[in-house]
Design a protein around this ligand. Sequence first.
Ligand code: PEP
Ligand code: MN
Length: 340
Amino acid sequence: MIVVMARETSTDDLEAIRERIESRGMVAQINLGVERTVIGVMGSIPPDFKDEMELMNGVVEVVMISKPYKLASKEFHPDDTIIKVGDAVIGGSAPVIMAGPCSVEDEEQMVSTAKAVKAAGATVMRGGAFKPRTSPYSFRGMGEDGLKLLLTAKQETGLPIITEVMATDDVETVAKYADILQIGARNMQNYNLLDEVGKLDKPVMVKRGLAASYEEWLLAAEYVMAGGNQQVILCERGIRGFETFTRFTLDVAAVPVIKRLSHLPIVCDPSHSTGKWYLVTPVALASIAAGAHGLIIEVHPNPDLAKCDGPQSLTFENFDMLMEQVKAIASVRKQPVGTN
Ligand code: PEP
Ligand code: MN
């Protein structure tokens, strides 16, 4: 349920409503929006409670939200969420490009890649230190040593860090180094992990599960938000279809659909969805044309020698060319898609 307040509502009226909600065993989440102030009511709502709320001072309207996700819904939060990290503004009209290697391998690889992607216009760098690998025999990342190399690259370039956290026990360590914590596709329904990152005061990017519906994905975001952390970014990274030529299938419609259902920023990952470097640019451009708030892209100084995901990694030169075209597409698109 959401309680829509009058524009000029006093703090006393807001507090009275919060107290009433909490005294009945529910949780109140106040969202002071630009257009209007909305109070989200979470928990099991008694049948008479809507009428009760409607009688309180400052209340304009009480709306029952039928969707199972509340905090992530557009009804609760009509203004788009904007997340600021370093120089990157994620969720605004200019797309934010996050780029770097699949995995951190050594200092030279990480620092040279960070410098190259920054020069091309990326404003966030990626690099995995804890890697979810399909085979237990594949390279599984450098762990905390990899996080330290990300920090070195940040000191050299000023680029903020996005990196994956796989286990609840590692959240504290990863949060020490990361500016954005990534929840990988395979962990999208790891509810203990979602709870844990929900306690942080740092943005979290939730990648769509391999076979997750929009609702399941938004409910994963809801877990993080219900824990108190409202800084959530969604990432469409391709879903499992019948086609085996590409690694996954990027669901480009997810971009306008998510923008219609939610206020959270949505970015796309053309690297993991295609699995092939020569498909990355076309799919990146399609994502931007569809209105994505950003991209996350794998770049490696020497993709042939990459310890992880070389076939889908762009060289510095190819990343430069991608960026030129992304800027061109971004400049012609009409923003925002899906809010009419
Ligand atoms: C990654 O971004 O490094 C990654 C493993 O992606 P996903 O979880 O989407 O497979
Ligand atoms: Mn990868």
